[in-house]
Design a binder for this molecule. Structure first.
Ligand code: ADP
Ligand code: MG
Length: 319
């Protein structure tokens, strides 16, 4: 390919809001036959909303949500944003106004969440922190998925696991909330598929790209999203830890596939770097953008379609 044509293609790309790390990328794009799509934030809006809470011990649903929100305040994950929002709603609803209130001690008007310290988060796992209540009492709160509970030595009973599975089978992303080493409840969240995802995936297929859904989320949620956007059940890789996302890409490459990966999160960065073509969503995190070959400025898969179409056009003009 002539450098001039590639540079023209690069210019056209930037007009479309597609940023390319060097003209060579357009040429690489042509060879791609498989497109791996991260679910959360890529195929779905990534804007989660809390659908419900299951209290499993001596704390109320509101208390479970408040404690979870207080620790999630340290995270930027879509799950965290949703839990914090729901917890603030609880705080606002349960706050007792100073005037006209009952005058009960400890009453507050500000829907602030309890203070957070010792915050720690693990990508694709969850969060942990120390919560200080207004009365000065502290507790350690852990929120996240099964393996994150295991890592924090939180025992999950067979009954609790069964309840979690029920929530997941109903299509929820369900996360555990543990307080001081014991499970206190489950928060259920739901996400929505982006408006143009199904159309973009249909177009990938027309362009000869085989779509695969890759996610750290549970299999039931992943299957539901896949069905909605036209990805075959056998092309869904669910419950994949961030470090295993790389292995999934490598496995496809070992099968002789030339793989594009589209992702938005910190947890996708290594897989984006491993892919033959890493594509970051511009609305995603800087780490993902840095690891990618190509970044689409919007938050829509349509621009990913456009990049592939553009590279094909650019290179056919050259021929
Ligand atoms: P995806 O691959 O779909 O983008 P992630 O790898 O970011 O998803 O997260 C995978 C799973 O890890 C989530 O479904 C959730 O169970 C858990 N998780 C990750 N971050 C958090 C968090 N801040 N709070 C609670 N759970 C989390
Ligand atoms: Mg993601």
């Amino acid at each position: 390919a002539t450098p001039t044509a590639l540079l023209t293609g690069t210019g056209r790309a930037s007009q479309l809001g597609i940023l390319i790390k060097g003209p060579q990328i357009l040429e690489d794009t042509r060879h791609v036959d498989t497109i791996v799509l991260d679910k959360t934030g890529t195929v779905t809006t990534g804007r989660q909303a809390v659908e419900g809470v299951v209290a499993l011990a001596d704390r109320s649903e509101d208390q479970v949500l408040l404690l979870a929100g207080a620790v999630e305040a340290g995270s930027e994950h879509p799950i965290a944003l949703a839990i914090v929002e729901a917890a603030r709603d609880v705080a606002a609803r349960t706050a007792t106004p100073v005037d006209g209130g009952t005058g009960a001690s400890g009453s507050k008007t500000d829907p602030e969440l309890p203070a957070l310290s010792n915050f720690h988060s693990t990508a694709g796992g969850g969060v942990r922190g120390t919560i200080t209540e207004p009365d000065g009492s502290t507790s350690t709160v852990v929120v996240g998925r099964n393996n994150w509970m295991d890592e924090n030595a939180i025992a999950l009973s067979a009954d609790h696991r069964r309840i979690l599975l029920e929530q997941q089978q109903a299509g929820s992303t369900a996360v555990w909330v543990a307080v001081d080493g014991t499970v206190a409840g489950i928060v259920n969240l739901q996400d929505t598929v982006k408006e143009h995802s199904a159309a973009a995936i249909a177009r990938f297929k027309e362009l000869g790209l085989h779509p695969i859904l890759l996610t750290g989320d549970n299999a039931a949620v992943a299957a539901e999203v896949a069905a909605e956007v036209g990805i075959a059940p056998q092309d869904v890789f669910a419950d994949v830890l961030p470090e295993d996302k790389v292995a999934a890409i490598k496995r496809l490459q070992a099968e002789g596939k030339t793989v594009a990966m589209v992702g938005d999160g910190v947890n996708d960065a290594a897989a984006l770097a491993q892919a033959d073509l890493g594509i970051a969503m511009g609305a995603g995190t800087d780490v993902a953008i840095e690891a990618a070959d190509l970044t689409v400025m919007g938050s829509d898969l349509v621009q990913v379609v456009q990049s592939i179409e553009l590279s094909r056009k650019t290179l056919s003009t050259i021929k």
